[in-house]
Design a protein around this ligand. Structure first.
Ligand code: R5P
Length: 299
């Protein structure tokens, strides 16, 4: 698909890179937050008759929180269509609200359903990188618009091979769901992999155990997961791995939310952690703009 790339407030770190790879036009949506919290947005370029790709990642920052990011893309898509855009596609490096995917207690909002319904009303299509889908396995099943899932697995595999330069690593997934990343990356680099089992009691209380037997003594371990948020999953996993006296432990995640003090806790424990640049942070070393550019081209 030939398209103009427009970066939203939380997509600038990737939008320009994506447009360069596509050799397409790029601009940024003008964004201002008023003192009362309302947003003012403006397209600086003409969108009439064009296919528009809005790039937005959904994370908290000084400029705006996750909710602001959502309102921004809904208003922007609504306006792009009002101004005559042919099609409006959302490119979402990190897409939120997928983890509440079931009514756990009577009356619970199933955020996944609410979010996907809203996006479906305003957009013609969505490209999302490594969505955290648990009970639903396919983005095509959760959106009623054209939806494409892309993955950072190949980029993570290249990073482990070329940048970490670890010769014979053991890859560890910290919970049952992480096999989609840990096992798949291990397959690409032809490494051993093991998957932990996790029980989560609250955001800050998790327990992990390795159900299978693994020889980790003296080995270089790479823990691979999709999201590091509070970091408790990864901390508990590392605690357990350390009992086996490995040579080194590194962690790689797709989406580095890094809430609270997790980064300083990891650095105190001399644990190296890296993430992709779906959410910009001091640990984002793995660029995923190539993955988006080829997905847009083939959309
Ligand atoms: C959960 O299922 C994910 O794969 C991550 O393990 C989880 O979201 C990490 O959360 P936290 O860093 O808060 O433990």
């Amino acid at each position: 698909m030939k398209a103009v790339v427009i970066s939203c407030s939380h997509g600038k770190h990737l939008g320009e890179k994506i447009s360069k790879k596509l050799k397409s036009k790029h601009s940024s949506l003008e964004y201002e937050k008023f003192p009362d919290g309302e947003l003012h947005l403006r397209f600086s370029d003409d969108v009439k008759g064009k296919n528009i790709v809005l790039v937005q990642s959904f994370y908290d920052s000084k400029e705006g929180n996750v909710q602001d990011c959502i309102v921004e893309v809904l208003f922007a898509s609504h306006t792009a269509k009002e101004l005559g855009a042919s099609k409006v596609i959302l490119a979402a490096p990190y897409f939120p609200y997928f983890r509440q995917d079931k009514r756990f207690r009577k009356g619970d909002v199933v955020s996944l359903k609410a979010m996907t319904a809203l996006i479906g009303k305003y957009f013609d299509g969505i490209i999302v990188l490594d969505p955290h889908l648990h009970r639903q396995s396919n983005v095509k099943d959760v959106f009623r618009i054209k939806a494409e899932k892309i993955t950072a697995n190949k980029a993570i595999a290249d990073f482990i091979r070329k940048k970490l330069k670890i010769k014979n690593p053991v890859l560890i997934g910290p919970d049952e769901e992480s096999y989609k990343w840990a096992r798949n990356v291990a397959e690409i680099i032809k490494a051993e992999s093991y998957i932990y089992e996790k029980k989560r009691y609250s955001s800050y209380h998790v327990e992990v155990k390795l159900g299978e037997k693994a020889e980790l003594k003296g080995r270089d371990i790479v823990v691979v997961d999709d999201i590091v948020s509070t970091g408790h999953t990864i901390l508990e996993t590392i605690k357990d791995i350390k009992k086996q006296k490995p040579k080194s432990i590194s962690c790689v995640c797709v989406h580095g939310i890094f809430a609270g003090s997790i980064l300083s806790e990891l650095s105190k424990g001399r644990i190296k952690i890296f993430s992709t640049n779906t959410i910009p942070n001091s640990k984002s070393r793995i660029d995923v703009s190539k993955e988006f550019a080829s997905a847009i081209m083939n959309f």
